[in-house]
Ligand binder design. Structure first.
Ligand code: ZN
Ligand code: ZN
Length: 402
């Protein structure tokens, strides 16, 4: 079977901006390698599907991997897998922030953007509440992942994060008052959070922070619950008939999504989820793995494009796309390999937030019959194939060996 490389540039899609001569960052960027692949291969646009006001990265990747959104799990699951929680069927995972609660109000949702939180984790990890074990692991900066392990749990709950400050935090609530498991899970979490607050408010770690005029991390805000094993879906390789699927990411959420669908991790030195990631190592390793290892599918994720968009930095995004293109030099030398370059969703710099706009994509192999798209960009791709994002892998496989 022909091999496949899926390169996902997070938040790639964009809108034209006056600063870039009314072009998008991708159109304005000089990308000779991507342009070659688009010209010789097939270019087009992907239409995302999503549930809220705009697509999330989870939904975008779920679509790209070809799964229906009805099978997607709450984000907490992917976060938990991403930090190496060994999840068991029935576990409920949530995403959380260390926060500051003073005089009945949340005064900071990130506890002064606290960085080192291991001492706090150790105070709470492993506690048992109403027979349910509570496990916690630190995430990046003020974030953590919490896993509930026990019987009769549910992720049909709404977290307590008010998403604003100077109001009292809400309680975790069941989505449906008649759902016994959800009522139980909410009650476990609310009791745990009360206990956690009692432990945290007077612990030496926070007293020291107060002495240093820093905000104490004395409260937990939770959101995005997911339950492992609740949704049934096939492993990615089984679903699409690959032998071995690998992934290269900077860790965290994207690592969790790839692990959830059964991909194998290819570790790359210097790969981060930031602007400092080692693009050279990532692309070189992807090419090497496809040529020399028995992997026949690789998912390579680059996060930084989305970070520039959230900062509204269209020039930074354009320059970074140029940098990625330079490291994509070797892709056109891959024999017998379908190369896909696209994004998980659009993140227009003007909006500084995700949007439901269509996302440019290209598909190339040394055996493919190209279409009329000449260049890799939003405007250029309009004249190409327009397909649903969750049909991409299907589309690529149907073009194998043509
Ligand atoms: Zn994304
Ligand atoms: Zn984003």
């Amino acid at each position: 079977m022909q091999k496949t490389l899926l390169v996902v540039l997070d938040g790639l899609g964009d809108r034209s901006v006056p600063e870039l001569n009314n072009q998008t960052p991708l159109e304005a960027a000089s990308t000779p390698n991507f342009d070659y692949l688009a010209k010789e291969g097939i270019g087009g646009l992907l239409k995302p599907t999503f549930n809220g006001n705009y697509p999330t990265s989870v939904e975008g990747h779920w679509n790209l991997f070809g799964y229906p959104l009805s099978e997607v799990m709450g984000r907490g699951i992917f976060e938990a897998l991403g930090v190496d929680f060994d999840l068991r069927k029935g576990d409920v995972a949530l995403r959380g922030n260390w926060a500051t609660w003073e005089q009945g109000k949340i005064v900071d949702r990130r506890a002064g953007r606290i960085k080192k939180t291991q001492a706090l984790v150790e105070k709470l990890n492993g506690m048992t509440v109403q027979g349910v074990k509570v496990l916690i692991k630190s995430g990046v900066e003020h974030r953590f992942t919490l896993v509930l392990r026990g019987r009769k749990l549910s992720d049909e709950i709404v977290g307590n994060d008010p998403h604003q400050v100077n109001i009292s935090p809400s309680k975790v609530e069941p989505k449906d008052e008649k759902d016994k498991r959800a009522v139980f899970t909410a009650s476990v979490l609310n009791e745990f959070m009360d206990k956690a607050h009692q432990i945290l408010k007077n612990c030496p770690f926070n007293q020291k922070r107060k002495q240093e005029n820093k905000l104490p991390a004395n409260y937990l805000l939770l959101r995005k619950a997911g339950q492992w094993g609740k949704k049934r879906f096939e492993d990615f390789s089984q679903k699409w008939g690959f032998d071995r699927c690998g992934f290269i990411t900077g860790g965290g959420l994207y690592r969790g999504i790839a692990l959830a669908v059964g991909m194998e991790e290819i570790t790359v030195a210097g790969a981060t989820g930031g602007k400092d990631t080692n693009l050279n190592h990532k692309f070189t390793q992807a090419v090497k793995s496809l040529q020399h290892d028995s992997l026949d599918f690789i998912f390579l994720h680059v996060k930084a494009t989305d970070l520039f968009s959230h900062n509204g930095d269209c020039r930074g995004k354009k320059n970074y796309i140029e940098k990625i293109d330079r490291f994509a030099f070797d892709l056109k030398r891959l024999n017998d390999t379908m190369v896909i370059v696209t994004g998980d969703h659009a993140t227009p710099c003007k909006k500084q937030q995700h949007s439901g706009d269509a996302i440019p994509f290209l598909v190339w192999s040394d055996q493919i019959q190209g279409n009329e798209v000449e260049k890799f960009g939003e405007e250029d791709c309009v004249s190409g194939e327009i397909i649903d994002q969750n049909q991409l892998i299907n589309f690529v496989l149907s073009n194998h060996k043509k």
